[in-house]
Design a protein around this ligand. Structure first.
Ligand SMILES: [Zn+2]
Ligand SMILES: [Zn+2]
Length: 261
């Protein structure tokens, strides 16, 4: 190795610590992605015995599902989207990878994460447009990028489907964590605004993490109002709420009390 090259590597390693940000093992190669290849390929695809046929929310048993296989939210028509696909559960190495991508700003991670995303979506689905979940401009300014837009761009490139920032986020929403399903829906009401007509289009809405789906649902509803004929949500990860045993009852009670227009 040339002296200059050695100096460069030493300098590079000082700038980018030579430890995998997921497992902590030292990295063998200098890369723009400070994650070892084992961790990059570690996240397991989502597996659940019981899940809703429409929104694919996983459940512990078949009790929350009706005879057509739908959960109560889908049965009551409370979701703005037609279907949901997610690669894995928001836990373990996938959760760490998303954190490194989003909060440490390692943008080159968009490529391997985009590859996982592509694996979650059946290839035969045809789309006219890919739309990333928008961030409020202030949050985008602070972070420097919209993680969903970087992921959407990967899918767009792979599948040769155009991408457009077709939706605007009018206000920053307070954190959804800790809110009930009904409160989450109220929290995102009126947040999104379409920037263009989408008449008859089959739209793929790309998001990084899905919790209850209330935000994705509100955004999908705006896409539909702008003319979209079909909206599929694609996320890298979704939170596993299967341990929340009182969820079906809570959802049903909330749904009966506050039916959305
Ligand atoms: Zn690692
Ligand atoms: Zn459902």
């Amino acid at each position: 190795m040339l002296a200059a090259e050695k100096t460069f590597c030493a300098l590079f390693n000082r700038i980018f610590p030579d430890e995998c940000r997921v497992c902590g093992q030292s990295l063998q190669e200098v890369s723009r992605i400070p994650v070892c290849s084992r961790c990059l390929h570690d996240p397991a695809p989502l597996e659940a015995e019981f899940f809703c046929v429409a929104c694919r929310t996983p459940f512990l048993n078949r009790f929350p599902l009706d005879e057509t296989g739908r959960c109560s939210l889908c049965r009551l028509g409370m979701t703005g989207f037609d279907e949901v696909f997610a690669y894995g559960f928001y836990e373990g190495s996938l959760r760490k990878l998303i954190h490194v991508f989003k909060y440490s700003g390692v943008q080159p991670l968009a490529k391997p994460l985009g590859a996982l995303l592509a694996r979650a979506l059946p290839r035969e689905r045809g789309f006219d447009l890919i739309v990333p979940m928008p961030l409020h401009w202030r949050r985008r300014w602070n972070r420097g990028f919209n993680q969903s837009a970087l992921l959407a761009r990967e899918i767009s490139r792979r599948w040769n489907v155009p991408m457009a920032n077709a939706v605007r986020r009018r206000r920053a929403t307070s954190a959804q964590a800790g809110l009930s399903n009904a409160k989450r829906r109220a929290n995102v009401r009126g947040v999104f605004q379409a920037k263009q007509r989408l008449d008859g289009m089959r739209v793929l809405l790309v998001d990084d993490v899905l919790t209850t789906g209330a935000t994705a649902s509100a955004c999908a509803r705006v896409l539909k109002r702008a003319g979209a004929s079909h909206v599929t949500v694609l996320a890298l990860a979704r939170t596993d709420r299967r341990t929340n045993l009182d969820l079906p009852q809570t959802v049903t009670a909330a749904a009966a009390g506050s039916r959305e227009p």
